[in-house]
Every structure is written in structure tokens, then in C-alpha cells.
Write a protein of this length. Structure first.
Length: 492
């Protein structure tokens, strides 16, 4: 009986330990579960495969793939698995090119409130990058776009902005609402500082109509930024502008005719805390060897960044909540394209070698592509072309595929001619540097580049950039064109 009791107790201990180990392993692998999903892809470019890759990378399990997180690391492991599956060789033992950098953080212990309103970070307001922590309590003045008379009537005419918050519409780049500011948000921040403003409240332009959740961040140069710039939602803007007797949409209509600048007589408090932390990220690098002898040791680089901007944890009505920025178009779509091209090109005839790079930490200032370009696995002069894929998943009814190039003579013509063989695509040259992306460090290294995307949109850097927003058939059309271009440039 005693022996039987011992056996039972031993069995209970073993079962308990087994459950404990299973729970620990599950917690340890929470971020990795999604990257282990079995799925048999095909060698040709297919909508089904594109959907699979994007659904993995833009899943909630990968928590927005912010640089330096376990989620970004898990995404890099997934990409590595696809390289291994397609038998693409590596320059190192594990495909990874590790790097670190100092990252400015300013999204902790931030406050924004006035009267009886207290904003929730990431919902009602968010802050731009700043080098210094700062706190401002002041009344505000609305200045339309906040431009100077160089671009028409001076938005500050008759306005005293000294020691006040300046409220302005962002209204630049690819915002859908018109008219748009002619000066960048950074330039207009500097103008506000010259006018003596205590800080800037920027109304997120494309969110005016809905007033909903804010994008996580927006990019401005951090140097010399001593006073806060805070983005506010459409709903927050409405709450503020009511003190001037107007709504945000009404103000938008009026500034088209430069007919409304108002003091906002309510005391507004805003605090931005900033710090710098060491962040560790990595590029995933692989090489597909060409078969031709004549072009041996010549390379084409195909790149796409796999990181995004992560998630926000906050409390609402006493409950813990999380917003995930899945980044389906930005840039799971580009990485899906990269992975699809590795599959198809691995069974294609190539004279030149193809280097595939999934860049980390693009959202932190092109950190991964900068590190790659200063630590190239091959001499720069042997890289004949870099093709960058960033946000290629939103081909719209115009079928416009935007591209940028400083490559070979006649590159524009060749890309346009390639496009003519793809009737579902309208190639559109844009020399105005649509967004800035991982091709920029290659230009600095005097490596020719071609950059593709399907255009910016109102879901950019919002939680609504999810797998349901992607045009999968459109992305296939884009990749078919890019594949043809790679084949052309890899064989002559």
C-alpha cells in the first residue's frame, strides 16, 4: 500500500511539473506561437501566400513589432524561417545582423488636461519626440495652418502667440483633406517658436471628421526641440475650440478663406517626459546566388522594413486596455512582398546574386538600413541596384504604383515600359520623396535605388492599419511587376 501511495504521489508530482513546464513554455513562446503556424506556400506569387505572410506579421500576437521588443524579435525569427525554407543562404551563421542604438522615449507619464477634461494618451493626445522633458500651462490661440506670408497671407497676422499654446492643423503630405499647408510641420513648429509660443498643439488632419483614435506618433527632427509639440485628436480639438465658439470642422472651412483666428481662453496643461534608452534590434539578411559567370560578384539588394510602432497600454474607466498598431500595410505588406519574391526568384535563372534584407528599426529613424549600409556584407561598388518595398498593400481604384529612382540612365523609361506589360498597374513617378524610407542610406552610399509603394493613406500609423485593409490582388499585381524588373536587372 505504501508503495502504491508513493507511486500516486510521484505521478501527481510529475503531472504538476508537466503542467508547470507547459505553462512556462507557453508564456515564453506567446510571441512565437503565430510564427509556427503550418502553411504550405507556393513558388509563384499568390494572393493566398501574401495574405498568410501579412496575417502572421500583422497579428495581435506580434504586438505591432516595435523595435527592441520580443515581438520584433519573433517577427525576425519568422522571416528567417522563410529564408531557410526557400534555401536562401546567409552571410553569417544565423542570418541576423545585430545592432543597437539610443532611442528617445517620450510616451510615459505624459499629461494633457484643461477645465474638467483629462486626456488619455494615445486616444486624445500624443507627443512628438523631444530631447527634453517639459511642462506648459497656458491659454491657446488658433492659427490655422501656422504658416508665414511666404506662402500667402500670414496666419499669425494680428495674433499674439507669445507664451501661449499654438493650435494648428497639420495638413501636409498625403492628408486627404484639402487645402494643405505648404510648409512642413517641423517648419511650422519653428515658426511658432519664433513667435514666442510656449508649445504647439497639432490637430491630426485626416482624423478631424471622425475624431477617433490617434496615430501613435509623428516624425519631426528632435534636435533643438525644447518646447512640447502635442498632437490632439479631432474630439479633443472640438472640446478646445468650443471656447472660441466653433467646431473643428467649421474652423477648417473658415481657414480656407483665412477668416477665423481665435483666442482660446482656457488654461491648458501639457507635460512631456523624455528619456533615452539603449535598444537592440537586428536585420535579417540572406543571399540568393546567381548562376551566371559573367556577372559573378554583382548584387541586387531587395529590402523592406519589418518593424512597426508597437502598442499602447493605458487605463480607461479603471480598466487596463491595449491598442495594437498592427502595421499591415506599414510594412507587413512590404515584407510579404520580400518573402514572396524569395520564393519565386529561388526557382528563377539569375546572373546576379540577390541580397534580401528585412530591416529592423526603420520607424526609429532608418536605424537598420543605416547599420546595413555601414556594415555591408559585400563592397558597395558591387551592389548595382537596391529595390525598396514600403507600403505596397493599398493599391486603390487608380491602380497607381508610385516609384522613386536615381538608378541607371533611362530607369524611368524602363520602369514605365515594365508597367505597360502589367495592365492592372499605372506606374507613377514621384520625385518628391514620398515618405523617406530605407533606400535613403543607400543613396548616401551612391548605390542606385528604386523605391515602390502604393501611396500614403489615412490609416497610416493608426490601429486601423490591419489585414482587412489590404488589397491582396493589388499587391500581387505590384509584385508581378517588381519580379519582372528584378529579372531584367539581374540578367543584364
Amino acid at each position: 500500500m505504501k508503495a502504491q501511495t508513493v507511486k500516486i504521489l510521484l505521478l501527481v508530482v510529475i503531472i504538476t511539473l508537466a503542467f508547470y513546464v507547459a505553462r512556462v513554455m507557453k508564456e515564453r513562446n506567446d510571441h512565437c506561437d503565430v510564427v509556427s503556424l503550418p502553411f504550405n506556400t507556393v513558388k509563384d506569387i499568390s494572393e493566398k501566400d501574401i495574405y498568410h505572410f501579412i496575417s502572421v506579421l500583422a497579428s495581435d500576437s506580434l504586438e505591432g513589432r516595435q523595435a527592441g521588443t520580443e515581438a520584433e524579435k519573433s517577427a525576425s525569427e519568422f522571416i528567417r524561417k522563410i529564408f531557410l525554407k526557400n534555401k536562401i543562404s546567409c552571410f553569417s551563421n544565423n542570418y541576423f545582423q545585430n545592432f543597437s542604438f539610443l532611442d528617445s522615449h517620450n510616451c510615459y507619464e505624459c499629461d494633457f488636461y484643461f477645465d474638467d477634461f483629462k486626456g488619455i494618451y494615445g486616444i486624445d493626445f500624443c507627443s512628438a519626440i523631444a530631447l527634453d522633458s517639459s511642462s506648459v500651462t497656458a491659454e491657446a490661440v488658433f492659427v490655422g495652418y501656422g504658416q508665414t506670408d511666404r506662402y500667402g497671407p500670414d496666419d499669425y497676422a494680428g495674433i499674439d502667440a507669445k507664451n501661449k499654446w499654438v493650435i494648428l492643423f497639420e495638413g501636409t503630405g498625403f492628408d486627404k483633406t484639402v487645402p494643405k499647408a505648404e510648409q512642413s510641420l517641423w517648419q511650422r513648429y519653428q515658426i511658432a517658436m519664433q513667435k514666442g509660443a510656449s508649445g504647439v498643439l497639432a490637430v491630426s488632419f485626416d482624423l478631424i471628421s471622425t475624431g477617433d483614435i490617434l496615430p501613435y506618433c509623428f516624425s519631426v527632427p528632435a534636435h533643438t526641440m525644447k518646447k512640447p509639440m502635442i498632437r490632439i485628436s479631432g474630439k479633443t480639438s472640438d472640446k478646445l475650440l468650443k471656447y472660441g465658439g466653433i467646431t473643428t470642422l467649421q474652423a477648417l472651412e473658415k481657414i480656407k478663406n483665412k477668416s477665423w483666428n481665435k483666442n482660446i481662453p482656457v488654461e491648458i496643461h501639457g507635460t512631456v517626459h523624455s528619456r533615452q534608452d539603449s535598444v537592440y534590434s537586428r536585420n535579417v539578411v540572406a543571399c540568393l546566388k546567381g548562376k551566371g559567370k559573367a556577372l559573378k560578384n554583382e548584387y541586387i539588394v531587395v529590402g523592406a522594413h519589418y518593424d512597426h510602432i508597437g502598442k499602447i497600454d493605458f487605463q480607461r474607466e479603471g480598466r487596463d486596455s491595449t491598442i495594437i498598431f498592427n502595421g499591415a500595410d506599414d510594412n507587413a505588406s512590404g515584407v510579404a512582398g520580400l518573402l514572396e519574391l524569395t520564393e519565386k526568384l529561388s526557382s528563377s535563372y539569375l546572373k546576379r546574386d540577390i541580397i534580401f534584407v528585412a530591416f529592423g528599426a526603420e520607424e526609429k529613424g532608418l536605424k537598420g538600413s543605416n547599420h546595413f549600409c555601414y556594415n555591408l556584407p559585400v563592397p558597395a561598388e558591387q551592389i548595382k541596384l537596391m529595390i525598396n518595398l514600403d507600403m505596397i498593400g493599398r493599391l486603390d481604384s487608380t491602380n497607381a504604383l508610385y516609384y522613386n529612382t536615381d538608378a541607371w540612365d533611362g530607369a524611368d523609361t524602363e520602369i514605365e515600359n515594365t508597367g505597360r506589360n502589367h495592365p492592372g498597374i499605372n506606374t507613377a513617378l514621384d520625385r518628391n520623396d514620398m515618405m523617406g524610407s530605407d533606400y535613403v542610406p543607400f543613396i548616401k552610399k551612391k548605390i542606385p535605388v528604386v523605391y515602390f509603394n502604393t501611396g500614403a493613406h489615412s490609416l497610416y500609423h493608426t490601429p486601423n492599419d490591419t489585414i482587412g485593409s489590404i488589397n491582396y490582388s493589388g499587391e500581387k499585381k505590384v509584385l508581378d511587376l517588381v519580379y519582372d524588373l528584378i529579372i531584367s536587372k539581374a540578367n543584364k
